[in-house]
Design a protein around this ligand. Structure first.
Ligand SMILES: NC(=O)c1ccc[n+]([C@@H]2O[C@H](COP(=O)([O-])OP(=O)(O)OC[C@H]3O[C@@H](n4cnc5c(N)ncnc54)[C@H](OP(=O)(O)O)[C@@H]3O)[C@@H](O)[C@H]2O)c1
Length: 248
C-alpha cells in the first residue's frame, strides 16, 4: 500500500463525494503530499482529519478556492507549489458543477449559468494544467481529468454540464498529444454512476441507492497516479468497468 510514497498530489473538489474518497485512497497508498481544494473550508478540514487518521506522515493542506475564478486558481497554484517546494506529481481535475437543478434544456439555459458551468468544469482545468505544467513536467507527472458519460453522449437536459465534459475530453486529448514527448501523461476518467450530492441534484426523481458509493471508483485513479501507469497516456478510462483492459 505504498504505491504513492513519493507523490505530491493536488485534488480539486476534495471536500465531498469522489474527491473526498480520492483523498482517502491516496492517503492509504502512502501519498507524500496532498493538496485538497474546494470552496468550503470546513468540509475540506474534515477530509484532512480523515487523511491524518489514515496517514499521519502525509503532508496535507487545505485550500479554499473556487476553480471558476482565475484569481483563486493563481492562489491555489502558488499555495500548492509553495507547500510542496515546487514539486507536483499528480493533478486531479475533479471539481465540477452540474449547473441549475432541475437541469434546463439548452433553449431555456440562462447564459450566466452556462458560463459558470464552463468556467468551473472546463476553463478551470485548462488554467490549472497550464499553470502547473512546469512543476508536473519536471518528474514526468500525471494529469487526470474527471469526465462523465454525459461528455460522450448528448443527453437531453444535460446541456451545459455535458458540453463542458465534451470540451474536457477534447482538451484532454489535445494536451495528451501536445505533451506526448515530455513524459507527462494525460488521461480522463468516467467514474460511472455514484451516489453523491451532484448526482442527487441532477436526477432528484431517481433512487440514489441504485448508484455506487464513490469509494468504488478510486482504484483507477490510484493506478493513474502511480508509476504503474507511466506508459499510459491519451486514454479514456471507465472506473467501474474493465479499466485495466482499456488502459492497454
Ligand atoms: N456522481 C456521479 O454519478 C458522477 C458521474 C460521472 C461523473 N462525475 C464527475 O465526478 C466528479 C466528482 O463529482 P461528485 O459526484 O463527487 O460531486 P459532488 O459530491 O457534488 O462533489 C463536487 C466537488 O466539487 C467541488 N466544487 C464544485 N464547484 C466548485 C468550484 N467552483 N470550485 C471548487 N470546487 C468546486 C465541491 O466542493 P465545494 O462545494 O466545497 O466547492 C465538491 O467537493 C465531477 O467531475 C463529476 O462531474 C460524477
Amino acid at each position: 500500500m505504498n504505491k504513492l510514497h513519493d507523490k505530491n498530489i493536488l485534488i480539486t473538489g476534495a471536500s465531498q463525494g469522489l474527491g473526498r474518497e480520492l483523498a482517502l485512497a491516496f492517503a492509504k497508498n502512502g501519498a507524500a503530499g496532498l493538496a485538497l481544494a474546494a470552496r468550503h473550508l470546513t468540509a475540506l478540514q474534515n477530509v484532512r482529519d480523515g487523511v491524518r487518521q489514515i496517514a499521519p506522515a502525509t503532508n496535507v493542506l487545505t485550500i479554499e478556492a473556487d476553480v471558476s475564478k482565475a484569481k483563486d486558481i493563481e492562489r491555489l497554484v502558488a499555495t500548492t507549489l509553495d507547500a510542496f517546494a515546487g514539486r507536483l506529481d499528480v493533478l486531479v481535475n475533479n471539481a465540477s458543477t452540474i449547473g441549475p437543478s432541475p437541469m434546463p434544456f439548452l433553449l431555456d439555459y440562462p447564459l450566466e449559468d452556462f458560463q459558470n458551468v464552463l468556467h468551473t468544469n472546463l476553463i478551470g482545468p485548462f488554467l490549472l494544467i497550464k499553470q502547473l505544467l512546469p512543476a508536473i513536467i519536471e518528474n514526468g507527472g500525471s494529469i487526470i481529468n474527471v469526465t462523465s458519460d454525459a461528455g460522450a453522449n448528448g443527453y437531453p437536459g444535460w446541456g451545459a454540464y455535458g458540453i463542458s465534459k465534451f470540451g474536457l475530453e477534447g482538451m484532454s486529448q489535445t494536451w495528451a498529444s501536445e505533451l506526448g514527448e515530455t513524459g507527462v501523461r494525460v488521461n480522463w476518467v468516467d467514474p460511472g454512476n455514484m451516489n453523491t450530492a451532484m448526482h442527487r441534484a441532477a436526477e432528484p426523481e431517481e433512487d440514489p441507492s441504485e448508484w455506487s458509493d464513490p469509494a468504488a471508483a478510486v482504484d483507477v485513479f490510484v493506478f493513474l497516479a502511480s508509476d504503474e501507469s507511466k506508459a499510459v497516456t491519451g486514454k479514456r478510462l471507465r472506473a467501474q468497468e474493465n479499466w485495466r483492459a482499456e488502459a492497454m
